[in-house]
Ligand binder design. Structure first.
Ligand SMILES: Nc1ncnc2c1ncn2[C@@H]1O[C@H](COP(=O)(O)OP(=O)(O)O)[C@@H](O)[C@H]1O
Ligand SMILES: CC(=O)OP(=O)(O)O
Ligand SMILES: [Mg+2]
Length: 399
């Protein structure tokens, strides 16, 4: 039983092929720069050699075709024919209130994802392109969609409503949805398993910090609050996204700089965050390297990033009246010892004590980085959104 997992972005597409009998990854890869000249496909068969090709990939349909060709390639492939793929699972960022769990794709599901374009203009259109590209290349294969928002559907009204006229919620569904739910779900459960304690008895703060980042307060095993909002722009400072700001800044800047709605959205999503403050990079590796060399702008970007993150941790301690476990995950959370160190350095009032040696260890497994006498367990748990998508897909096609 083989399941192909796809995470389609506007100009990229990441994939993983699973053998569901033992949940092993047979191959993974990504296509970048779709629709631009010299698109790149990186294909990594498990245990084999990474293989890169540069060619013109005009759209997602051709991207999927290239992925299927790589998966069945005589030299680099991992199966004889695409007929061996039993189902395809897609990450979909915005499911709003329409989808509380994963579903099989049909005409109505696609229509609903389309209806939600306005609530995730950067993400949902790309997901539909991915779904339809699979339809064109493999018309008989069942597809499943797994939503970033589903895990957060348990939030209470007081956490998901904004204090604006209620008619905007009734008419336009303006509310907090939250994202990265698949990851927050996976790492909170994995943390409880690692600690050998029931998740239902724990207050957990999960910090998913990658290119995009969000924090979630997980109490009694469910999401009770999360830092991203109606779109993935709210909350933390991210690679190129501003996160929280005074909403009055938006009309003020639009007026002063004569910006359109599209332009101001683009500025806040693509030209803000670490990139804007450092003036040089959105990548935490480059920020910390430049900081080590004394670059003032990168140092400020790092300090602002860490400060916002720490304030959110504090607010979720307040939201849950305590915290038992803090989990770091995703690109920065799993790899940046200095981010974890600086955040925890200022959480001593909670009784957080980090073990500097454990914090430095690099590993692909869940691990504790706090000392035995720390009042809060601090863990690093590598996320695995693709595995959750593969499992949901497998479960739904069995029904
Ligand atoms: N060793 C590292 N040290 C610091 N940051 C890292 C390291 N490795 C990766 N990152 C950060 O992780 C980010 C990507 O995280 P990831 O979770 O893969 O993001 P996304 O899924 O949103 O593309 C990069 O932008 C980079 O800043
Ligand atoms: C929802 C979101 O922000 O996703 P990503 O971190 O993959 O950009
Ligand atoms: Mg991600």
């Amino acid at each position: 039983m083989k399941v192909l997992v796809i995470n389609a972005g506007s100009s990229s597409l990441k994939y993983q092929l699973y053998n569901m009998t033992d949940e092993s990854v047979l191959a993974k890869g990504r296509v970048e720069r779709i629709g631009m000249d010299s698109s790149i496909l990186v294909h990594e068969p498990t245990g084999g050699e990474e293989y890169n090709t540069v060619s013109e990939i005009l759209d997602h349909t051709i991207a999927i075709r290239r992925v299927l060709e790589s998966l069945t390639d005589e030299k680099h492939g991992v199966m004889k024919s695409v007929d061996e793929i039993d189902a395809v699972g897609h990450r979909v960022v915005q499911g709003a209130e329409s989808f509380k769990e994963s579903v099989l794709v049909d005409k109505d599901v696609k229509k609903e994802i389309r209806r939600l374009f306005d609530l995730a203009p950067l993400h949902n259109p790309a997901h539909i392109m991915g779904i339809e590209a699979v339809e064109l290349n493999m018309p008989d294969v069942p597809q499943v969609v797994v939503f970033d928002t589903a895990f957060h559907q348990t939030m209470p009204e007081k956490a998901y409503l904004y204090a604006i006229p209620k008619v905007l919620y009734k008419k336009h569904k303006v509310r907090r949805y939250g994202f990265h739910g698949t990851s927050h779900y996976y790492v909170s459960l994995a943390a409880a398993e690692y600690l050998k304690r029931p998740l239902k008895e724990l207050k957990v703060i999960t910090c998913h910090i990658g290119n995009g980042g969000s924090l979630t307060a997980v109490k009694d095993g469910i999401s009770v609050d999360t830092s991203m909002g109606m779109t993935p722009l709210e909350g933390l400072i991210m690679g190129t996204r501003s996160g929280d700001l005074d909403p009055a800044i938006v009309p003020y800047v639009m007026n002063k700089e004569e910006l359109s709605i599209g332009e101001v959205n683009f500025m806040l999503n693509k030209h803000s965050g670490l990139m804007a403050i450092s003036g040089s990079s959105s990548d935490m590796r480059e920020i910390t390297d430049a900081m080590a060399e004394g670059d003032a702008n990168s140092t400020l970007a790092f300090e602002m990033f860490e400060y916002r993150l720490r304030k959110y941790i504090g607010s979720y301690v307040a939201a849950m009246d305590g915290v038992d476990v803090i989990v770091f995950t995703a690109g920065i959370g799993e790899n940046s010892a200095i981010v974890r160190e600086k955040v925890c350095e200022n959480l001593t009032y909670l009784g957080v004590k980090l073990d500097p040696e454990l914090n430095k260890i690099r590993s692909g497994d869940p691990r504790r980085i706090s000392t035995p006498d720390s009042k809060v367990e601090v863990l690093v748990v590598p996320t695995n959104e693709e595995l959750v998508i593969a499992r949901d897909t497998y479960k739904l096609i069995q029904k």
